[in-house]
Design a protein around this ligand. Structure first.
Ligand code: NAD
Length: 384
């Protein structure tokens, strides 16, 4: 069977869904691998490294996809009218495609119509067995790290307390909003740099995790927050009343912060607004806000998704999209490993093809379409 790796064509996408290391492993499984020329350029992987690993270099997407039984992507393929190339139309019917595929009813219907078996890795259940295949975790971890590094390089003072013969520079106050995978990594990174770190979240489990990393917890707690976690481990959308009380606690704290990293997401919805324009105005000139949630609309009312700018009050807001893509070699390496692990977990060694049992929890969680039909319970058309 042939496995194809495409160059990513969506704006600001720097990552690639396979690395020379995973290519070698796929070949060892019995696959032949075709990599589109230039696929690794954004992540610093030259074509020659893919060919040295045993891949065939394809001059374009059509050549890479010819007769492919498996297609690996970072992001959803372009469809007709979305860009210069209709990638979706080039993917052979019956192929298994894995990536962060923008699972929506419309996309699921498009994959079904194209006859592609689409596995949306962002829907992977957050269970222990699936941890090593979890693209949301691997990418959020790096986003949290990168956000702090970019905040530090934008900030015009240091993170640690610097005691010098010429005087003392105080430690930076760093506030992390949302302490999931990205937020916890941001806390750990800011602590390592010497910042004085505090954090907030709504899920009750997060408070202990924040403290275990040596940061202080700031936030409103009540009956609603004690029940704020879904069975899947995600935050529930919070009521306007809770957000108001949370906002009051946070507003007083924000005015004293030098660096704010916002990471709060609520599955399937626009990111909650945690920082209002008035809160930004209360911050000192020179402060830096990094909004990792910008892809989902942002946690900061003033964020301009995809951009960095400084307010008239001197607060710089970094609202770049695709934070994992800002550290592309590492994020590609981990994304590629996540895909490799899923395929090796569900691999028929005799037939040298993927074997995805429909009743398996991971398969059930990930597969949007199979055999030309939408099979995912959250996206399948309602039964008559
Ligand atoms: P996420 O990206 O969905 O959200 C980021 C954080 O924002 C979460 O901690 C969430 O509680 C928080 N948040 C949402 N609304 C908020 C608000 N109004 N104010 C403040 N914070 C708010 O979260 P994630 O990083 O994907 O983690 C989700 C869950 O999955 C967590 O419980 C995590 O421990 C769990 N998880 C489990 C596994 C596993 O077992 N395989 C792997 C990764 C994550």
């Amino acid at each position: 069977m042939r496995l194809a790796v495409l160059k990513e064509r969506r704006p600001a996408e720097t990552r690639v869904a396979a690395t020379p290391e995973t290519v070698k492993k796929f070949i060892a499984l019995g696959l032949t691998v075709a990599v589109e020329a230039g696929a690794g350029a954004g992540a610093g992987i030259p074509d020659a490294e893919f060919t040295a690993a045993g891949a065939e270099l394809a001059p374009d997407a059509a050549a890479a996809l010819k007769d492919a039984g498996i297609v690996l992507k970072i992001r959803a393929p372009l469809a007709a009218g979305e860009g210069a190339l209709d990638e979706l139309a080039l993917i052979p019917r019956g192929a298994l495609m894995l990536g962060q595929l923008q699972a929506t009813p419309e996309m699921a219907a498009a994959y079904a119509a194209a006859g592609i078996d689409a596995g949306a890795m962002e829907l992977l259940p957050r269970i222990t067995r699936a941890q090593s295949m979890d693209i949301l975790s691997s990418q959020a971890n790096l986003a949290g790290y990168r956000a702090v590094i970019e905040a530090a390089s934008t900030f015009d003072r240091g993170f640690p307390m610097l005691m010098t013969a010429a005087g003392t520079i105080p430690a930076a106050n760093v506030f992390v909003m949302g302490a999931g995978v990205a937020g916890l990594q941001a806390i750990a990174t800011a602590r390592r740099l010497g910042g004085r770190v505090s954090a907030t979240d709504v899920r009750p489990a997060a408070k202990e995790e924040i403290k275990s990393l040596g940061a202080s917890f700031v936030g409103h707690e009540d009956e609603e927050s004690r029940a704020a976690q879904t069975a899947g481990g995600y935050a529930k959308p919070m009521s306007a009343g809770f957000m108001q009380k949370q906002g009051e606690v946070v507003a007083a704290h924000l005015a004293k912060q030098d660096i704010v990293i916002t990471t709060a997401l609520v599955q399937g919805r626009k990111a909650p607004t945690l920082v209002t324009a008035a809160m930004v105005e209360s911050m000192k000139p020179g402060s830096v806000i990094v909004d990792i949630a910008s892809d989902a609309g942002g946690n900061v009312a003033l964020t301009k998704p995809g951009e960095a700018f400084t307010t008239p009050g001197g607060v710089t807001i970094l609202g770049f999209n695709n934070w994992p893509g800002r550290i592309p070699a590492a994020s590609s390496q981990l994304f590629a490993r996540n895909l490799l692990t899923l395929l090796t977990t569900f691999w028929d060694k005799e037939a040298k093809v993927p074997k995805l049992p429909a009743e398996d929890d991971i398969v059930k969680g990930v597969m949007l379409t199979r055999g030309g039909a939408v099979v995912h319970p959250s996206f399948a058309p309602a039964q008559a």
